[in-house]
Design a protein. Structure first.
Length: 404
């Protein structure tokens, strides 16, 4: 992997911020886009733009087939058995809401249990809590261990006869923990409970194979995997999706409408009401192609080395405490520093050209677990370098001196 060539593919990285070279370390929030993604979307607007699935004219047919090819490409990328198991959504958040609403409508009754973990992003917590409230069901929250890992024994004991669905994050956006989702799914399936995997923080850093994991649902956002905003993916097993009622009503999700009867469309269209973001779908395909052209295994290896280096270097800083020290982690480095508010550090780092995130990262239960108000979070992607980590460490040290 030639890092300098890769960096050239991302025009935004060439900038200076306050006269300093930009060091972008907020990749868990969103990633930057390579030229090929931007060009793929521009090209669609320049040459082919037309609403899909509607017209019989040339442009509409071309747009439609580009959109459906993107779906097939994504299905292959995550090794889905069927292309129609890929539902386009606005992002991970909408995918969770879709399943919580639609699966929940059909399968959750009063007194049933929904199991999530304490490390979920609010997007994989709030929709389940809302479902539990709608149905007078219970949301059970599996706590994590002090190092930010999950205990398989505790997970197994949290599953009861009343558990109807489990939703877990593959990688935590605060702790960086890689959860043993394959093993968790196996345990859940022994009790016949379906599992939803939130892959928002794993899809860009790990190989994800939905058939190997045997997950029942999986979701990710395009913008976190070098693709555009406004597009995401829900994967669901055909059988489950077939049995679920539609989430939203509108055009395309119906096969026929009369004044007194509606027949719903087949998968995947049953869940795609309204004009989809077909331009972003093409952008997402280009992003995945970009990763595949580099080679996912090379990306994983490069990020693994960079992450190990960053961890080692950050831990040399006096008064820095890493939040999340599980054995298996990727990309995300959250930490607190003695006597320094995360927002102050974030603001001052910004003035040195370094973009990190500070705050609760939409995972307030994680903050409550550790009794902290927030963390500073640096998250790496495939275009970051050891030199950038060195700059981060240098500036953390300098700012620490100034603030204390
Ligand atoms: N799940 C996880 C694990 C996430 O990290 C995020 C976004 C979401 C779901 C929601 O994704 P969306 O694309 O639908 O918004 N995480 C973050 C973050 O850590 N900082 O900004 C967004």
């Amino acid at each position: 992997m030639n890092i300098q060539n890769i960096r050239k593919d991302f025009p935004i990285l060439k900038q200076e911020i306050y006269g300093k070279p930009l060091i972008y370390l907020d990749n868990a929030a969103t990633t930057q886009k390579p030229v090929s993604v931007i060009e793929a979307m521009n090209d669609l607007y320049f040459r082919l733009n037309s609403n899909i699935h509607r017209g019989v004219h040339y442009l509409s047919e071309e747009s439609t087939s580009a959109h459906e090819n993107a779906r097939k490409y994504i299905a292959d990328f995550i090794h889905a058995k069927h292309t129609h198991e890929i539902i386009f959504t606005r992002g991970t958040t909408e995918a969770v809401n879709l399943v919580a609403f639609s699966f929940g409508e059909k399968n959750i009754q009063q007194g049933d249990e929904i199991l999530v973990t304490e490390m979920e992003h609010h997007s994989n917590f709030v929709p389940w809590k809302m479902l539990a409230e709608r149905k007078s069901a219970k949301l059970i929250v599996l706590p994590f261990e002090e190092d930010g890992s999950l205990s398989l024994e505790k997970f197994q004991s949290a599953i009861t006869e009343k558990t109807k669905i489990i939703s877990i994050t593959h990688v935590s956006n605060v702790l960086g923990t890689i959860n043993p989702v394959k093993e968790m799914i196996r345990i859940a399936h022994e009790a016949d409970v379906p599992v939803f995997v939130d892959a928002a923080q794993s899809i860009q850093h790990l190989s994800v194979d939905v058939q190997d994991l045997d997950c029942d649902f999986l979701a990710f956002s395009g913008h976190k995997i070098y693709g555009p905003t406004g597009i995401g993916v829900l994967y669901g097993k055909e059988k489950l999706l077939d049995e679920m009622p539609p989430y939203q009503g509108g055009g395309e999700m119906i096969s026929s409408v009369s004044l007194d009867k509606i027949t719903y469309n087949e998968l995947p269209f049953k869940f795609e009401a309204g004009t989809p973001n077909y331009v972003a779908a093409i952008g997402l395909q280009a992003a995945i192609k970009y990763l595949e052209d580099i080679g996912m295994q090379d990306v994983i290896k490069y990020e693994h080395d960079l992450f190990a280096y960053a961890t080692e270097q950050l831990l040399q800083i006096e008064g820095l405490k890493m939040i999340g020290t599980a054995k298996k982690k990727t990309s995300v480095l959250s930490f607190v520093m003695d006597g320094i508010h995360p927002y102050d550090m974030g603001t001052m780092l910004d003035k040195t050209g370094i973009a990190v995130r500070s705050g609760t990262h939409c995972a307030e239960p994680v903050m409550q677990h550790y009794g902290i108000s927030g963390t500073i979070r640096a998250s790496v992607a495939l275009y970051n370098t050891k030199a950038e980590i060195d700059k981060l460490v240098e500036n953390l040290n300098k700012i620490q001196m100034i603030l204390s």
